[in-house]
Design a protein around this ligand. Structure first.
Ligand SMILES: Nc1ncnc2c1ncn2[C@@H]1O[C@H](COP(=O)(O)OP(=O)(O)OP(=O)(O)O)[C@@H](O)[C@H]1O
Ligand SMILES: [Mg+2]
Length: 125
């Protein structure tokens, strides 16, 4: 299973969601969290907290991918439409977190609009 957590809005819980999804999947099979955000929030969380799965940034993730049944990709906010479509093509499911406020919902709608033509499988919550 390959999941990516993404969206146009910053600060809506992408990293938190990615970490919790990876922890859930790690109960079932070896799981890799790819930290694709230049802020490296998930990497910092792993360093401080000792998360029960592998965390690697996108530059070295390929080295670890074959040893893991599940891959969860955390991304930075505001990917380009092109990046979003490429991401959608490479994963089984896109996860689009949002907070329940007008600005975040507006960004979610823009994300969905950008995905419209991609044929991507996604869930938002
Ligand atoms: N389900 C939740 N309920 C309440 N607070 C949450 C929840 N998920 C995340 N948060 C809080 O929201 C803030 C932003 O979360 P997080 O860093 O995961 O967002 P992000 O989308 O990855 O941000 P960025 O775009 O900067 O990478 C953090 O303070 C986090 O603790
Ligand atoms: Mg983040």
């Amino acid at each position: 299973m390959v999941l990516a957590v993404t969206g146009f809005k910053g600060g809506v819980g992408k990293t938190t969601t990615a970490v919790h999804l990876a922890a859930f999947l790690a109960h079932r099979a070896p799981t890799l969290l790819v930290d694709g955000d230049p802020n490296r929030s998930a990497t910092g969380w792993h360093r401080r907290g000792g998360l029960p799965f592998t965390v690697a940034d996108e530059r070295v993730a390929a080295r670890y991918a074959r040893d893991h049944a599940h891959v969860v990709i955390d991304t930075q906010a505001r990917p380009s439409k092109e990046d979003l479509e490429a991401l959608a093509e490479g994963v089984d499911l896109l996860v689009l977190p949002t907070t329940p406020d007008a600005l975040a919902l507006e960004a979610l709608l823009a994300t969905l609009e950008a995905l419209k033509t991609s044929g991507a499988r996604y869930r938002y919550f």
